[in-house]
Design a protein around this ligand. Structure first.
Ligand SMILES: [Mg+2]
Length: 232
């Protein structure tokens, strides 16, 4: 057994972000109304519309910049690029308060480093937001974000990009994530091992290929992994 790499998802794996981007959009709505625009419905309806837009954006249908432009244009204001900058700044400012690391994330990452594993993060989203979120869990290594890669999980090219960054073949990588559709299916399809972190004890969806292993908490990962060879 040679060097082993561990690649993590961020949201609901290393951290929870407490709907950070939804709230950043709601703050943007406040700005839009101040600037003469209009809401399209109640706050609850706007929240639903924002969630739908974010689902679309995270699926790769559009970039976060395009999502912001779509949002403000539909609410009747000009200066769309200006709102993109405002949205990004708001989201980044919110990280410290909104993003909470999983209870055992920091300790697990330190232990992985101490044991000599190569570690990276692969996430659907945009930098520097995702890098800053990973930082809340104490992670300062490579954070590959789909907006930079031009492909999203579960596309196998996202996972092979992570393998390239770590300089390891996919077969020597373990991907850890909470989303069966994008994390587990994607990782297995690209030839990685896939660990499903199931903190909510939900049933694994029928019809999808099963994960290599299932854990309830990040700390459980340590017992699963083969010992890496020491490097000089
Ligand atoms: Mg996730």
């Amino acid at each position: 057994m040679g060097q082993i790499g561990i690649v993590f998802d961020i949201d609901h794996t290393l951290v929870v972000d407490n709907k950070l981007e939804r709230v950043a959009f709601l703050h943007l709505l406040e700005d839009v109304i101040e600037d003469g625009g209009r809401a399209l419905g109640s706050l609850a309806e706007e929240s639903d519309a924002i969630d739908a837009l974010l689902v679309q954006q995270r699926s790769g249908a559009c970039s976060i910049e395009e999502a912001v432009r779509t949002f403000v244009t539909a609410r009747g204001v000009e200066g769309r690029q200006h709102y993109v900058e405002r949205f990004r700044a708001k989201a980044l400012r919110m990280v410290e308060d909104f993003v909470i690391p999983a209870p055992d994330a920091k300790r697990t990452l330190v232990e992985l480093e101490n044991r000599g594993y190569a570690v990276a993060v692969l996430t659907n989203g945009w930098n520097p937001l995702q890098r800053r979120k990973a930082g809340r869990a104490g992670f300062t290594g490579a954070v590959l974000a789909s907006a930079d890669l031009g492909v999203q999980k579960p596309d196998s090219r996202a996972f092979t990009a992570a393998a390239a960054v770590l300089g390891l073949p996919p077969a020597d990588l373990w991907y850890v994530g909470d989303d069966p559709g994008s994390d587990i299916v994607g990782a297995l399809g690209a030839g990685l091992r896939a660990v499903w972190i199931d903190g909510e004890r939900t049933p694994y969806p029928r019809g999808l290929p099963p994960p290599t292993a299932r854990i309830a908490a990040l700390a459980d990962l340590l017992a699963l992994l083969p010992t890496p060879l020491p490097t000089c």
